[in-house]
Design a protein around this ligand. Structure first.
Ligand SMILES: *[C@@H]1O[C@H](CO)[C@@H](O)[C@H](O)[C@H]1NC(C)=O
Ligand SMILES: *[C@@H]1O[C@H](CO)[C@@H](O)[C@H](O)[C@H]1NC(C)=O
Ligand SMILES: [Ca+2]
Length: 275
């Protein structure tokens, strides 16, 4: 019985998206960007871009065509797309994480069509742009700078981004606001950034921020934090940059005081932690 449930769960997963996350595998539906690499097709559909057009698509967004090595690096962390696209230097191929009969000839790896002599052939594009528009994600690095989508340009209307931070158990997260400019209104009803001292946007509410005053630093109580940015249908602003760094929780009680006394940081006293 249990085996049956497990098996049907697998099948369901198969139909949905297919899984794992930190154990890698994945598919590109939710992992639209991996290691700065992403897939683009023409607005008119699949396999419509010449080499020059593919190049232009990536450059229009501030990036360039991915190299074979960049596509392979993305594939290694789960980037899987079943569509051949141009890469740098006129190469064509696509990244396969999960072998399947309908895609990749049952193999995994970069399916490589080689360097095309005829640059008028029409394929999709693989772009590389590590500084591309970022709207959320899961972060486990010991430090990172979050930017509002499109930063340093103004953010767009109707954005919803969630950034989840999860560092090593026993560490805390120190948030520092480097730039902050979000449409101002008295109750921050229009556009806002919310910060939660937990791994979701229900528990551990810390605050909702808008306007152009830099909020104070915030230090988590546990090893997880969530940032939620939301913009409504009109009026945008400059956006934000927020840095986090991890801090090791001091083993001696006395050291903790020193941390707070240094700046204007809010040292939260709370209970949220995830192994
Ligand atoms: C190059 O590819 C295009 C599109 O597939 C095709 O129309 C054209 O004839 C090809 N040119 C040569 C020289 O093969
Ligand atoms: C407090 O922290 C500062 C900077 O990290 C350090 O130089 C100093 O020795 C610390 N003071 C105490 C009392 O631990
Ligand atoms: Ca707005």
């Amino acid at each position: 019985m249990i085996a049956l449930i497990f098996f049907s769960a697998l099948l369901w997963d198969e139909a949905q998206a297919w899984g794992f996350k930190d154990g890698v595998l994945h598919n590109s539906i939710w992992l639209e960007r991996a290691a700065g690499v992403y897939h683009r097709e023409s607005r008119s559909g699949k396999y419509q871009l010449t080499y020059a057009e593919a190049k232009a698509v990536c450059e229009y967004e501030g990036g360039h065509l991915a190299t074979y090595q960049q596509l392979e690096a993305a594939r290694k962390i789960g980037f899987h797309v079943c569509a051949a696209g141009w890469m740098a230097k006129g190469r064509v191929g696509y990244p396969i994480v999960k072998a399947g009969a309908n895609c990749g000839f049952g193999r995994t790896g970069i399916v490589d069509y080689g360097i095309r002599l005829n640059r008028s052939e029409r394929w999709d594009a693989y772009c590389y742009n590590p500084n591309g528009k970022e709207c959320g994600g899961v972060f486990t690095d010991s430090k990172h700078v979050f930017k509002s989508p499109g930063y340093p340009n103004e953010y767009e209307n109707d954005q919803i981004c969630y950034w989840h931070i999860r560092v090593k158990y026993g560490q805390r997260i120190h948030l520092q606001f480097l730039e902050f400019d979000v449409e101002d209104d008295t109750a921050c009803m229009a556009d806002y950034l919310e910060i939660y001292d937990s791994y979701d946007d229900i528990n551990g509410f810390v605050g909702r921020f808008c306007g152009d005053e830099l909020p104070d630093d915030i230090i988590s109580t546990g090893n997880v934090m969530t940032l939620k940015f939301l913009s409504d249908a009109s009026v945008t602003a400059g956006g934000f940059q927020i840095r986090y760094v991890t801090i090791d929780v001091p083993s001696k009680a006395g050291d903790g005081k020193n941390t707070t006394s240094q700046g204007k940081a809010n040292f939260l006293s709370g209970k949220f932690g995830i192994m």
